[in-house]
Design a protein around this ligand. Sequence first.
Ligand SMILES: Nc1nc2c(ncn2[C@@H]2O[C@H](COP(=O)(O)OP(=O)(O)OP(=O)(O)O)[C@@H](O)[C@H]2O)c(=O)[nH]1
Ligand SMILES: [Mg+2]
Length: 446
Amino acid sequence: MTNSDRYHYTETQREQGFLVGVEMRAHRYQNGLLAIEDSLEELAALADTAGVEVVGGTIQRLNKPKSATFIGSGKVEELKAYRDELQVDVFIFDDELSPRQQRGLEKSLDVKVLDRTALILDIFARHAQTREGQLQVELAQLEYRLPRLTRMWTHLARQAGGRAGGATGGVGVRGPGETQLEVDRREINKKIAHLKETLEKVRAHRARHRARRRQSNILVVAIVGYTNAGKSTLLNALMQRVESDKASIYVADQLFATLDPTTRQITLPQGKEILFSDTVGFIQKLPTRLVVAFRATLEEIAEADVLLHVLDITHPNALEHARAVEETLRELNAADIPIITVFNKIDVLEEELTQLQNKLADYADSIPISAKTGRGTGELLQRIEQLLQEQLIDMTLRIPFDAGQLVSLLHEQATIKTETYDEFGAHLTVSVPEHLLSVFEAYREA
Ligand SMILES: Nc1nc2c(ncn2[C@@H]2O[C@H](COP(=O)(O)OP(=O)(O)OP(=O)(O)O)[C@@H](O)[C@H]2O)c(=O)[nH]1
Ligand SMILES: [Mg+2]
């Protein structure tokens, strides 16, 4: 989708959305989170990607959220006024609402109420391409909806309506709406169970595939970064460099354009073949439920040999984005994987670059690139090559006494984890730098 396509929705097709952000006083400048104004701007971009026309927004500062309606009652009244004045179809909250808060708000406001999670799920549902991706999103959506079923959320209502509709419940008799909800809940639970089963099979298949890849010993570089940083563009640029004719990857100025991992083989300058894997972007306040739902997909990242962190240096919140990415990597147990950071989109701001590099002093050895023009990509490939050469490889070795000098070499150049001796010689488990691999290959224990 190009920039202009985004505005092809007509007024009548697009729902009108109004954004609501809450800043907990204790949380201002909390590490890794955007300032509320920036967070709301990001929410607006998410809403836009989901096809909602944003007609306004408001912020409330609170000590803590209200358990029934999240925001204060005065704010609820204010939202009613906006609803009437701006013809709001949906209120979108920047934070995850509990089912109770969502019900409370929908009851008071009498229009649909969504939160950031629901919005991201909606975008994911639109962008999922592979079967696994689609199954994962559907499961996450159903699990999200189950505790939130109200009249406005019952998409199954019409199907099952014949059985449950009509009856008017007297005192103590369950109303038709509620019977309907029971039916829906049962249906959803059944669907959830079925989806989980199917996903298990798909995942087992993927795990076998990954295991085969491992055996072939080909190294994997996972491209990670904030959504819209230019990850897919970079992979396309790298592919072009090596003149591969593989189909290019979908690039768009929208959030979460990529959902399913795409892997491409690339030859490094000195001839080594490696795999690059482009995957789903990160975002601050990435709902844990989504991280869990996409765990299988995200395992691609956790199992990579090198991470390539793409940072959109032109974004005013670049530093916050970098922190959010690092936080997510920690959640995925991927924080220990060697990482190369690239500052992307430098074509946009030649002059300000030094200034920005100072701001991002923690990333001093980052590589400035433009995925769009290809600038810096040659240096990047060299850096990856260099890093891979420095990578250590785990080996179990049996070295006879007459090759004792090899044990000395290991002591100099490798990390020795265990070392024992018997009548044949030394028995070691070690991590060896790649360039020494050939030296020790013959002594490798099967
Ligand atoms: N000016 C400029 N724009 C770029 C550059 N790299 C990417 N872009 C633009 O940034 C937008 C996002 O690019 P993508 O490659 O789709 O970003 P992504 O990181 O894959 O995003 P998601 O898949 O949505 O997480 C697109 O409009 C690209 O054209 C660059 O080096 N310079
Ligand atoms: Mg992408």
